[in-house]
Design a protein around this ligand. Structure first.
Ligand SMILES: Cc1ncc(COP(=O)(O)O)c(C=O)c1O
Length: 397
């Protein structure tokens, strides 16, 4: 009997094909990534890790029999991701998602109650960077650094707050920040701080990982102690997470994932992550990310030309934020999101610096070019989409 679910999936497939997808955290995976995810590997339990890890960070092995092929896939996945980022960091590919990667990363080196210094949520940080309704804000003593009056990360504020709060961990990375993050500068601040116990430096590169892989963003490798990422945004892999760390922290990070916060790994997703890593090693992927960045600048420039206010006045990466506070004070980010939905354009409302509205309404939207660039849209196409969005917004005002 054919399940009713497949009819529902068809409808979503049609929506994905028809709509213009501008959600900065989404992408379209390859047929091979889908194939690996829909494979028989979903049937296998494999709690634990391969007994001898290819990077020499050995673990106790698996808790179940029959894992010889699973081990091969997971080891291969680790090897390929280290190749993507040209690093000898240890990697754990088991996190089910970015949020779990972050939870395990914190718990690998911190105790509940410890202080974390992170980017303020209204200015681009993620829920798992200390929201009071998230485990991070409930378990840890969260302090936040801000952006300056132009919307750029305020690095002086980071330095001051390291001295003031003596955090156990400093976190860089964001969900809605359009400029390059200067990891080397934060590393220097930590190294040059006169704290007896230097904070760990963690980078959540979930959004920009594809740019890091392709050389379009400063790398956090060699600077951060722990690096988390999702695999489904600019990396164009399956929905999931990963943690990289220095070799010294390998045992702590692995233990924080299993048995710390997860049970059996999703080996079908790990196989799909390995396929995505193979793809990210290719020259085509580099070219793709180059196009993502070029298209983003072209679209952003067009909005500026049309009179819109862009947070920080531009973009260095795959996304930017429109701020309606001054140009369209009567309309909210939510109203724009809903109206665009009716015209088959998908994006999300977003808080802007000095936000006056609630996170449910917001005064801005976030726009990303990774997904539509996968659909082979060009810079000219993105300029046309900007004009179409402008005409829809103009009719709302
Ligand atoms: C910076 C950042 N970290 C972590 C996450 C969480 O990832 P997930 O939705 O896979 O839990 C996100 C998701 O958007 C993100 O933007």
């Amino acid at each position: 009997m054919e399940s009713r679910v497949f009819q529902m999936i068809e409808k979503e497939k049609d929506r994905q094909e028809r709509n213009i997808e501008l959600i900065a955290s989404e992408n379209f995976v390859s047929e091979n990534v889908l194939r690996a995810m829909g494979s028989c590997l979903t049937n296998k339990y494999s709690e634990g890790y391969p007994a001898v890890r290819e990077d020499g960070c050995g673990r106790k092995g698996r808790y179940y029999g029959g894992c010889q092929f699973i081990d091969e896939i997971e080891e291969y996945c680790c090897t390929k991701w280290r190749e993507v980022f040209n690093t000898d960091y240890h990697v754990n590919v088991q996190p089910h998602c970015g949020s779990q990667a972050n939870m395990a990363a914190y718990l690998s080196v911190l105790e509940p109650g410890d202080t974390i210094l992170a980017m303020s949520l209204n200015n681009g940080g993620h829920l798992t960077h200390g929201s009071p309704v998230n485990f991070s804000g409930r378990l840890f003593d969260m302090k936040f650094y801000d952006v300056d009056k132009n919307g750029y990360i305020d690095y002086d504020d980071i330095g001051n707050k390291i001295r003031e709060f003596k955090p156990a961990l400093v976190l860089a990375g964001a969900s809605a920040y359009s400029r390059e993050i200067e990891f080397d500068r934060i590393r220097d601040m930590i190294d040059n701080s006169d704290l007896n116990k230097k904070p760990y430096f963690m980078v959540d590169m979930a959004h920009i990982a594809g740019l890091v892989a392709a050389g379009y963003h400063q790398t956090p490798f060699g600077k951060a102690d722990i690096i988390t990422t999702t695999t489904h945004k600019t990396l164009r892999g399956p929905r999931g997470g990963m943690i990289f760390c220095t070799k010294e922290l390998a045992g702590k990070v692995d233990g924080a994932i299993f048995p710390g916060t997860q049970g059996g790994p999703l080996e079908h997703v790990i196989a799909a992550k390995a396929v995505a890593a193979e793809e990210a090693c290719t020259p085509e992927f580099k070219e793709y990310i180059g196009d993502v960045v070029k298209n983003c600048k072209a679209m952003c420039d067009e909005f500026i030309r049309l009179g819109y206010e862009v947070v920080t006045g531009g973009t260095d990466n795959h996304l930017f934020l429109l701020d309606f506070s001054n140009t369209h004070p009567k309309i909210s980010g939510k109203a724009v999101q809903d109206e665009l939905d009716k015209h088959y354009i998908t994006l999300n409302k977003n808080c802007v610096p000095n936000e006056k509205r609630s996170p449910v309404q917001t005064s801005g939207v976030r726009i990303g070019t990774a997904a539509e660039t996968t659909k082979r849209k060009t810079a000219e196409d993105f300029v046309m989409i900007a004009r179409k969005i402008d005409s829809i917004i103009s009719n709302m005002a």
